[in-house]
Write a protein that binds this ligand. Sequence first.
Ligand code: AMP
Ligand code: TRP
Length: 332
Amino acid sequence: MHHRVFSGIQPTGNLHLGNYLGAIRNWVGFQDRMETVFCIVDLHALTQQPAAADMQPNIREVTAAYLASGIDPKRAIIFAQSRVSVHAELAWVLSCHAPLGWLNRMTQFKEKAGKDKDVAVTGLYTYPVLMAADILAYRATHVPVGEDQKQHLELARDIAGAFNRHYGVDFFPLPEPEIFGAATRVMSLRDGTKKMSKSDPSDYSRLVMTDDADTIALKLRKAKTDTEPLPEPGTSFEAARPEAANLIGIYAALSDQTRDAVLTQWAGQQFSGFKRELTERAVAVLGPIGAEMKRLLAAPDHVDAVLADGAERARAIANPIWDEARRIIGLS
Ligand code: AMP
Ligand code: TRP
């Protein structure tokens, strides 16, 4: 089976440290080993009903984040989902192989829809089918994402299997989730039980990829902790001290160490000193990326050219796969 990597991020603004550590950073290394396709999933973003005027700036922001993080547009394909019509067409086909029961199990829908499911839009519910189509449109084999996407990937595998079985083919590979690193689930800086997210109303809940050094320092100084010193390595403290666990995980990821290695150095010490060192590491990693993003966005011609070229290359892969799928299905 030909190896191919696919992943994507929604252009909904406020790209944050969780997006970087849980996803983008892990994509970079794949470029040397496999064909890589990185999408800006604008159709997914519509589930949040964004203003039209926000769409293009947000698409450029995500593109700039990919480029500034080391995704090389000469090797990787970088493009916006809606520029390749196969995603939406294949999503319809796959929806006809995805039982309601499978979608009803999706925990992210339950969280995002809230109490009154009747007013949640249909797209929010069927979104994991579109995500399966994104991946299968390229017959991708590896999908690097954060922990929160694991269930959606399992669904994509199930849908691929259902399609293959129905038509008696071995057409879609079952995509492998690639969830690795010390920070696969970065939590809010204000509440260690909540995921760091683009939509949290508090700016202090997240480090965004364009924060400057002063802002990073301020947000980390204000980050919630408890009054205990840092714990000993090898003890289980995570459940009782979620904020401590989160900062230790971030520190480990930013300094390419294991959590235990971080604790071996810091056990018994106060969070104040730890936070100062954490700030230095965060500034060292995010500072250059944020500066490069701002440079790219100040004159977005390069970003736009990357997207145009990427869309063409993406279509060159997806269109023949769609043609073959249509033959399998009997549509041609
Ligand atoms: P989204 O912001 O929902 O479009 O997510 C884009 C990518 O970032 C996906 O691979 C997510 O799994 C990942 N991601 C989002 N939030 C976090 C987080 N708090 N921690 C780790 N990964 C995250
Ligand atoms: N659902 C993902 C998220 O919100 C984004 C996404 C859409 C994606 N299509 C994808 C991720 C395909 C990986 C592969 O984080």
